[in-house]
Design a protein around this ligand. Structure first.
Ligand SMILES: *Cc1c(COP(=O)(O)O)cnc(C)c1O
Length: 372
């Protein structure tokens, strides 16, 4: 008689999920955390008090389901974007979810799916293929040029060959920090317009607020391109990664499609309250964005002065290298209490921008480990 299989191996797990590990950067307890592009500055006591008061208020109504369409939050996000970018969408052009990760999932649920293709250009955000997998969307990774910009001829060829229904472009890109000029985004939009069944182009501006002066936002293109969606998050510049609030701006018809696939009441009353209180204090929460940008530019300059290769960055992190044994460098930094990220093309490492003290610790450790 054969022994019965252990219960776990009899679970009807989808074939494409077998043997997979959940995504996530290592969460290690070390003094200097520069690995997941968080804002190193927590909210001030004054903002914490405002958020706590808003949550208390929301708590009084927690016997009821929240506003399913979060009208007030959408209006606040539209106002914020008007100030940040000069482009003020209508509230019905705004969508929000628990992190821009969930916004992306909504996009692929609505516009991807079995028999459809999502296209992106590597190296880029390592979560994208997971959203595709989870929605049974075929995933195609084209490539970026050696300087991490888009090779438009390659883009056009990939779009023509694969006829994607979704194209994902991170700008500033993660892990490279590279922002796309708007004329390149428009070239991609033109190529997407040639897809017979239609194609949504998503520009992921998770790091948009860190862009250098003169780098425009794809929000400026929305009016002329109904198949464009621009996503943003409160996780990075706002310093609210723990609140889980991401959002998107697009033509109203695109947003209406996302309303169909979202779970009812996906944004809790507590989340809505936290986000609105934070938006009311966006200036205070984002007070450090300017100094983070300066620290970023100084980090790029310092790494270059030490003979390293560094990608231009419009984000709050820097990709640098190249090392024959990047893992040894990563480990050496960790041994000195500095956690960065081993990601991107072979030989490169990524460091998030922290406080001046944290960056000093990073520089001191790197000089020792890489013998700069
Ligand atoms: C950090 C990051 C996000 C943000 O995800 P949230 O779910 O909003 O925290 C989105 N896109 C990219 C490329 C990122 O690096």
């Amino acid at each position: 008689m054969t022994a019965p299989l252990p219960a776990a191996s009899r679970l009807p797990l989808r074939d494409e999920l077998r043997g997979l590990e959940p995504y996530g950067a290592p969460q290690l307890d070390v003094p200097v955390l520069l690995n997941v592009n968080e804002n190193p500055y927590p909210p001030s006591d004054a903002v914490v008090a405002e958020i706590a008061a808003a949550v208390a208020d929301a708590a009084r109504g927690l016997n009821r389901y929240p506003d399913r369409d979060f009208a007030a939050l959408r209006a606040d996000l539209a106002t914020y974007l008007g100030v940040e970018s000069g482009v003020r969408p209508r509230p019905d052009q705004v969508w929000a979810a628990n992190g821009s990760n969930e916004v992306m999932l909504h996009l692929l649920q609505a516009f991807g799916g079995p028999g459809r293709t999502a296209l992106s250009f590597a190296p880029t955000y390592s979560m994208y293929p997971e959203y595709a997998r989870d929605t049974s969307t075929r995933w195609v990774a084209g490539r970026r040029a050696d300087d991490f910009t888009l090779d438009l001829e390659h883009v056009r060829a990939q779009v023509a060959e694969h006829q994607p229904s979704v194209i994902l472009l991170a700008s500033p890109n993660n892990p490279t920090g590279t922002a796309l000029p708007l004329d390149e985004v428009e070239e991609v939009l033109d190529a997407a317009d040639g897809v017979a069944g239609g194609c949504v182009v998503v520009v992921d501006e998770a790091y948009g607020e860190f862009r250098r002066a003169g780098t425009p936002s794809a929000l400026e293109l929305l009016e002329r391109h109904p198949s464009l969606a621009v996503s943003r998050t409160m996780s990075k510049a706002f310093g609210l990664a723990g609140a889980r609030v991401g959002y998107l701006v697009a033509d109203r018809s695109l947003v209406d499609a996302l309303r169909v696939v979202r779970l009812p009441y996906h944004l809790s009353a507590v989340t809505q309250a936290v986000a609105r209180a934070a938006l009311a204090h966006s200036a205070a929460l984002m007070a450090q964005v300017g100094s983070l940008r300066d620290e970023r530019d100084a980090t790029v300059a310092w790494l270059r002065s030490r003979g390293l290769t560094v990608a231009d960055s419009d984000a709050n992190f820097v990709l640098f290298g190249t090392f024959d044994d990047r893992h040894a460098v990563w480990q050496g930094l960790l041994d000195r209490g500095v956690l960065i990220r081993e990601t991107g093309p072979r030989g490169w490492l990524r460091v998030s921008i922290g406080t001046p003290e944290e960056m000093a610790a990073f520089r001191a450790a790197l000089v020792e480990v890489a013998q700069l």
